[in-house]
Design a protein around this ligand. Structure first.
Ligand code: CP
Ligand code: NVA
Length: 307
């Protein structure tokens, strides 16, 4: 049984296959094709946090491929309060071909993998956002073709998105630099594990914008305050202010560099309007690709051929 829990757990060949499927299905949509590859399949989504892209891209993907998707918020699912997590997992698993979970604790997703008996997709936890990172590398490949020699520069918080991108870059052989305030870098334990698992990993943590950005292919940022960290928002706004991706910072990167953001963006905080809406931005191509990637991923997880 296939799951998507973390990117670093996926071999390169699996990622290439998910990307291939996503491309095939995206090209099909452009020709007006919506093949019923997932007819009568049921996807259940259970989210503890808000979502626009993740929830709707999976729903749209299921519907365009002829399947159905249903959504529960965590209080309806009754995690831990109304019912033990392992019981919720087992029951939902018996109704669903796959489950997408968005949680605070990564442990909840691990529990579902243990008890649900069905395919589990991590739709974001406090630690990871693998669907986003796969979409980001897929989009990067779409824009640049070959990823050899390309460099991914993440400016901002070493959060769930950054760690999954680091894992994706490691698997795909892309060098990554993260420019973060000292207390907000990628967790040491995470980096140690990643380098142990994938010894060819090239990840630098730097506070020198000019040298980090000089040969950037992608400049990426995410919100300074992630969901669940709202109490720290005022402090974070001060600490991260020098890390705002604005027009001056983008000038340190080559004109061929592209700007990415997983969205939602807090315009005027981590990124300015001029950058999000500027000529180097590919954020909406990236957001659209969430749906194409969801299709590639769902067909791969369910082992349904696309061609
Ligand atoms: N990028 C992303 O996961 O967006 P949502 O939080 O809206 O799902
Ligand atoms: N780091 C952000 C990503 C949102 C898609 C968060 O966890 O809120």
């Amino acid at each position: 049984m296939r799951h998507l829990n973390s990117v670093s757990g996926l071999p390169r060949a699996d990622i290439d296959e998910i990307f291939r499927r996503s491309s095939v299905l995206k090209a099909g949509v452009a020709r007006g094709e919506r093949p019923p590859l997932l007819a009568r399949r049921v996807l259940t989504q259970v989210f503890e946090k808000p979502s626009l892209r993740t929830r709707v891209s999976f729903e749209a993907a299921m519907m365009q491929l002829g399947g159905s998707s249903l959504f529960l918020n965590s209080s309806e699912a009754g995690f831990g309060g109304r019912e033990a997590v392992q019981d919720v997992a087992r029951v939902l698993g018996s109704y669903s071909d796959a489950i997408v979970l968005r949680t605070f604790s990564q442990k909840l997703i691990d529990e579902f993998i243990k008890h649900s008996g069905t395919s589990i997709i991590n739709g974001l936890s406090d630690d990871r956002h693998p669907c986003q990172a796969l979409t980001d590398l897929f989009t990067m490949q779409e824009v640049f073709g070959d990823l050899t020699g390309k460099k991914f520069v993440f400016v901002g918080d070493g959060n769930n998105v950054a760690t999954s991108i680091a894992s994706a870059c490691a698997v795909m052989g892309v060098a990554m630099t993260i420019c973060a305030p000292p207390d907000y870098r990628l967790p040491e334990g995470f980096l140690r594990d990643l380098k142990k698992r994938i010894p060819s990993t090239v990840i630098e943590q730097s506070s020198d914008f000019a040298s980090s950005l000089a040969d950037a292919s992608i400049v990426y940022t995410d919100v300074w305050t992630s969901m669940g960290q709202e109490a720290e928002a005022n402090h974070r706004r001060v600490v991260f202010q020098p890390f705002q991706v604005n027009e001056a910072l983008m000038k340190l990167a080559p004109p061929t560099a592209r700007f990415m953001h997983c969205l939602p963006a807090k315009r005027g905080q981590e990124v300015t309007d001029g950058v999000v809406d500027g000529p180097q931005s590919i954020v909406f191509q990236q957001a659209e690709n969430r749906m194409h990637l969801a299709k590639g991923l769902l067909t791969w997880v369910l082992d349904v051929p696309v061609d």
